[in-house]
Design a binder for this molecule. Sequence first.
Ligand code: SF4
Ligand code: SF4
Length: 219
Amino acid sequence: MKRMYEHSEMARIASPDCKGCGRCCIDMGESVRLDPFDLHMLSVKTGKSFSGLLSADMIGLHAEDGIVLPHLSMGGTDSRCRFLSESMECSIHDCRPGLCRLFPLGREYTDGSFRYFIVEDACPRKTLSKVRISDWLGISDISRYTSFITSWHSFILRAKESAVKNRDGSYASALSSFIIKVFYETPYLTSEGIPAGLHDLTDFTRLFEMRLSAAKEAL
Ligand code: SF4
Ligand code: SF4
């Protein structure tokens, strides 16, 4: 049985001798899925709106059980992440998406929460060293972030179940458009018009929770 971890625990996941083989950033297909916080930070970092990111082919859209959601685009001759430089460095490192922060960890959701596990052989380096998971993720307010991830996961799960149950394709399409509009297209700005979540997650999660309550009612 695989070992599960809390974010406060140490895990052997850090790759101090990373030579930038690119395995974690090249040829990832549609697997680097973006949650609303990822998209928000990407938008702040690049100065592009959701549609601007799509037009620039920095992100793409895919369907999961009928619900359309965004992912990081891969491209070029070696199908690499658009943000991976020629020297194999992440050009948006401080704003990289949650799944990039996790690597080589995965999340397993049970009973309305989640824990982490190490994805075996994800990183080919043999000398991985121990690091506290919360430090590895590099998120300032890990409790708020964990609560956001849990809420988002459970909402999307519900949306997918609803789309699968309602076999009318136009329902899934309308629901997808609604989710994209509410959670991804509409900027998360403070009352002063500043992008939320740059320094702490309080404003972002407050705005997110308001949208989530409205979306749950609509669902
Ligand atoms: S897979 Fe491991 S060694 Fe390769 S770039 Fe990613 S972290 Fe570095
Ligand atoms: S955003 Fe950065 S860490 Fe994530 S896949 Fe792209 S280059 Fe790699």
